[in-house]
Ligand binder design. Structure first.
Ligand code: S3P
Length: 169
């Protein structure tokens, strides 16, 4: 069974500002697994997210789906996704093929206090839009995740994920 786990990925989903990148980097370093950030790879390959959004959200979503499929094919990596990855079923089907999906859930009122909206085109004009995004997406995050993790405390979130991971044989 150990050889099975070698192929499994850890996938983090949740709203922007929930802590996916911070949690993912720490998890990867604790577990000795590579960390792969979908948004960072999109920017490296296609340019800044705010520029991609200027050509329309659909343009960004197409590139995101392309990148998600490429990254989903990797083995034994920690994947941090963009908050909107759940908007397309094809993204989640690809990620779930060999990924255990953790939904990082953090209260929106906390996120709004700490998030930097500058490079987040969907909320740049009005960070309070995050409440609407949260309402629209909550059921998708739940539906596509294997586990919901309380991310109001980063260290506790990491411990919870590690204890789940330990049990996967
Ligand atoms: C988005 C979240 C962002 C980024 C893009 C769209 C979203 O990623 O992919 O701005 O739709 O919620 P983070 O969740 O890493 O901020």
């Amino acid at each position: 069974m150990k050889s099975m786990k070698k192929k499994i990925n850890i996938v983090l989903i949740g709203l922007m500002g929930a802590g996916k990148t911070t949690v993912g980097k720490k998890l990867a370093s604790v577990l000795g697994m590579p960390f792969v950030d979908v948004d960072e790879n999109i920017e490296r390959n296609f340019g800044k997210i705010s520029d991609l959004f200027k050509k329309g959200e659909q343009h960004f979503r197409d590139l995101e789906s392309q990148m998600v499929k490429r990254i989903s094919a990797l083995d034994h990596v920690v994947i941090s996704t963009g908050g909107g990855v759940v908007l397309r079923a094809e993204n989640m089907e690809a990620l779930k093929e060999k990924g255990v999906v953790f939904y990082l859930k953090r209260p929106v009122e906390d996120i709004i206090k700490t998030i930097d909206p500058t490079d987040r085109p969907l909320i740049r004009d009005n960070p309070a839009k995050l409440y609407r995004l949260a309402d629209e997406r909550e059921s998708l995050y739940i539906m596509y995740s294997d586990y919901t993790i309380d991310a109001s405390n980063i260290d506790k979130a990491i411990s919870s994920i590690l204890s789940v991971w330990d049990k996967i044989s």
